[in-house]
Design a protein around this ligand. Structure first.
Ligand SMILES: Cc1cc2nc3c(=O)[nH]c(=O)nc-3n(C[C@H](O)[C@H](O)[C@H](O)COP(=O)(O)OP(=O)(O)OC[C@H]3O[C@@H](n4cnc5c(N)ncnc54)[C@H](O)[C@@H]3O)c2cc1C
Length: 385
């Protein structure tokens, strides 16, 4: 499919493809095995200005928006969905500042984030508040010129490796979701520590863990927007970041297809490479078509966002839902094409299958995406009557 990318977009895509091929692919299995964080790759990405891609030029960014972010995330994920996540989750953690930060907050943090001097994270989820984030227990109590945070966030990507976190906490528990607010919390703030690091099925090169707040005092200047805006900030952030998950899913699926095609050419059974069997060809055709549809949906919503549309929750959820289901389907078929070898750690495709699974779960499970989409569809049908 021809997407008529601009010269700058092509440049980002080609550069990300090169980094993925030359730097990430050779170490993907090593990081998957060890579960260590790929600091060397993050250093490469910052030296090559990847963290500038989606940020405004005013603050040291390249101004290439959601489309730039999506292109880079897709290509990096083609080599390793877990390594790509250190990059993509930094965008997730930075988005609330980008969308809702005031001038002072942006001037203070964005240049360092753009330069890749620090990674970021976004913390909404808690042990008893997953899909239903309104059940959050973390509180932020105003005390003079400070807010005092208490509580625990879990399953947070980039926990322990980021220096900058956006935290959603309740400033008025009696008001439920309307009483939540968003804060910037820096690593090293007294009362802020890291808890358990998770051992995961896939994306093992990405760090996932707990953030613990015990009478953690942060200056009131770290409040994003105003008190009570925590949920609107979280929702607008996720609307913008879900195309990034969709791009991660497209990249993972494409990487698995690449391996499946190469393997089908060289694996001989019944005296011929298995690629000559129509049963295999039809699988490859189905996989390639689904990937292209997922990519087209992902790029379309990214372009909508960059064109300045105000409302894109439905489209963003559709891209994330569709692309992640495609990633699960394609990676499972890739394992099938590899036969028994596909099930072995020694071969690359079982990792793609493990990595694909998370795209159906985080930034809202796919059940929640269907809920978002259904609500928009119902609203539209009522409005037309
Ligand atoms: C590796 C990893 C990284 C993550 N990174 C982050 C991060 O950086 N920041 C962050 O804040 N969170 C993060 N998360 C959390 C993630 O977004 C949540 O796990 C997810 O939103 C689901 O919440 P839960 O796990 O509590 O599941 P639950 O909400 O308990 O859901 C359990 C099941 O019930 C279903 N369900 C729930 N409600 C409904 C409903 N209304 N209708 C139909 N079905 C429903 C769900 O779809 C799911 O199948 C991460 C999670 C993982 C695993």
């Amino acid at each position: 499919m021809e997407y008529y990318l601009t010269e700058e977009q092509q440049m980002i895509r080609d550069l990300a493809r090169q980094v993925a091929e030359e730097r990430i692919k050779p170490v993907a299995a090593k990081y998957d095995e060890s579960g260590e964080f790929p600091w060397d790759i993050m250093k490469t990405l910052s030296e090559m200005d990847f963290f500038r891609i989606y940020l405004d030029e005013e603050f040291g960014g390249l101004g290439l928006g959601t489309m730039g972010l999506v292109l880079a995330t897709e290509e990096l994920s083609r080599a390793c969905g877990g390594i790509a996540l250190g990059f993509a989750a930094t965008a997730l953690g930075t988005l609330p500042l980008l969308l809702f930060g005031n001038k002072e907050q942006k001037e203070k943090f964005l240049p360092d984030l753009a330069a890749g001097k620090m990674l970021a994270g976004f913390a909404l989820t808690e042990p008893d508040a997953g899909s239903d984030a309104s059940r959050m227990q973390t509180t932020a109590r105003k005390d003079g010129d400070f807010y005092v945070l208490n509580g625990l966030k879990h399953f947070i990507t980039n926990a322990g490796v980021a220096k900058f976190y956006t935290i959603i906490a309740s400033t008025n528990p009696a008001r439920g979701s309307r009483g939540a607010s968003a804060f910037i919390v820096e690593e090293g703030t007294p009362g802020f520590s890291y808890g358990k690091k998770e051992e995961k099925m896939g994306i093992r090169a990405s760090a996932t863990g707990e953030l613990i707040f015990e009478d953690c005092r942060i200056p009131k200047e770290n409040l994003l927007g105003s008190e009570g805006m925590g949920f609107p900030i979280a929702i607008r952030t996720l609307d913008r970041s879900r195309p990034g998950v969709a791009a991660q899913a497209v990249g993972i699926a494409q990487g698995a297809l690449d391996h499946a095609v190469a393997y089908s050419r060289q694996r001989v059974q019944f005296d011929q490479p298995i690629i000559y069997f129509q049963g295999i060809q039809f699988k490859l055709a189905e996989m390639a078509t689904k990937i292209e549809a997922a990519r087209a949906l992902t790029y379309s919503v990214a372009r909508m966002i960059d064109a300045g549309h105000k409302e894109f929750s439905k489209e963003s959820a559709q891209a994330k839902l569709f692309a992640s289901d495609v990633a699960m389907y394609v990676t499972t078929e890739a394992v099938q094409i590899f036969g028994g070898y596909g099930y072995m750690r020694e071969y690359p495709v079982e990792k793609y299958m493990r990595d694909a699974k998370i795209t159906q779960l985080y930034e809202g499970t796919n059940e929640i995406q269907r809920d978002v989409i259904a609500k928009a569809v119902l609203k539209g049908s009522i409005a037309k009557k």
